[in-house]
Design a protein. Structure first.
Length: 277
């Protein structure tokens, strides 16, 4: 997910003032890992700022001490549900010393991921909505966080040769978290896109899509599916979650009503339905 320079600058300003990564993440609604990338090498902290961060960190550890001690099951073998959970927390998750948080503006997606985490690990989700409507679903357990630290890189090694149903779950998680369907009514220009800053990840996604007979290309920080045949294959093999909708209130939205990404994809593949929409 890309963020405007204004948000990046705000993060650096708050860090200079001695705000912790967790505080900045909560205030700006940006994953903690992303905040860390922005400020870790570019912001120098003075003594006052370091002192404040240390105090906040100690307080947070005391408050969350009981939750930090929760021990979770640690499945060794991959299956569809485990691939889905680890992939979602890879693409739209944020990690701290004692928790992982999943970020999504869809309550349906938040519940789906929370249900899978509870089913596998027995963790109760702690959910709250922040200013811009993004839902933060947090799972408290240092043991869970350490497990994911190992499983995320393991998944990236495993998935190229995984079973077809597991590769499908990985792609679904990517496009649910990072993807969108786009249609320009004026120029009748359509595509399915998925954003990712990591070039290696885009190459992996492109390879996995090709195994489902979906041709795609990499454009800057995006994977792009533009041919109707490939979008149709995408719809049949991967598709978006039924929980995901376009926001009609966005300034650049061409849709004046709430529409699901699945529905828009159907409309793109059948242009005659777009004329009357």
């Amino acid at each position: 997910m890309s963020y405007p320079q204004k948000i990046r600058d705000q993060a650096k300003t708050l860090r200079k003032r001695g705000f912790s990564l967790n505080e900045i993440s909560a205030r700006l609604n940006v994953p903690k890992a992303t905040i860390h990338d922005w400020v870790s090498h570019s912001v120098k902290l003075d003594k006052k700022a370091r002192s404040r961060i240390a105090r906040i960190t100690v307080k947070g550890q005391k408050r969350g001490n009981v939750k930090r001690l929760i021990i979770v099951p640690k499945p060794k073998n991959w299956d569809k549900a485990l691939v889905s959970v680890v992939a979602h927390l890879l693409f739209d998750g944020g990690r701290s010393s004692a928790r992982y948080t999943y970020y999504n503006s869809s309550i349906g997606m938040a519940r789906e991921v929370a249900g899978k985490v509870k089913g596998i690990f027995g963790l109760k989700p702690h959910r709250r909505t922040v200013e811009n409507g993004v839902i933060r679903t947090t799972f408290y357990s240092a043991d869970f966080a350490r497990y994911l630290d190992r499983k995320i890189p393991a998944l990236l090694k495993y998935i190229p040769n995984a079973r077809g149903e597991e590769r499908r779950e990985f792609l679904r998680a990517f496009f649910d978290d990072e993807g969108n369907a786009f249609y320009d009514k004026k120029h009748r220009h359509s595509r399915v896109r998925g954003y990712q800053r990591d070039r290696k990840m885009l190459v992996l996604i492109k390879k996995l899509l090709s195994e489902f007979n979906i041709e795609s290309k990499i454009e800057r920080n995006e994977i792009v599916i533009s041919r109707k045949k490939d979008m149709d294959n995408f719809r049949k093999e991967i598709n978006f979650s039924a929980h995901l909708f376009l926001n009609p209130n966005r300034k650049n939205s061409i849709w004046k009503r709430r529409i699901s990404k699945r529905k828009l994809l159907d409309m793109i593949i059948k242009p005659e339905s777009l004329v009357s929409s």
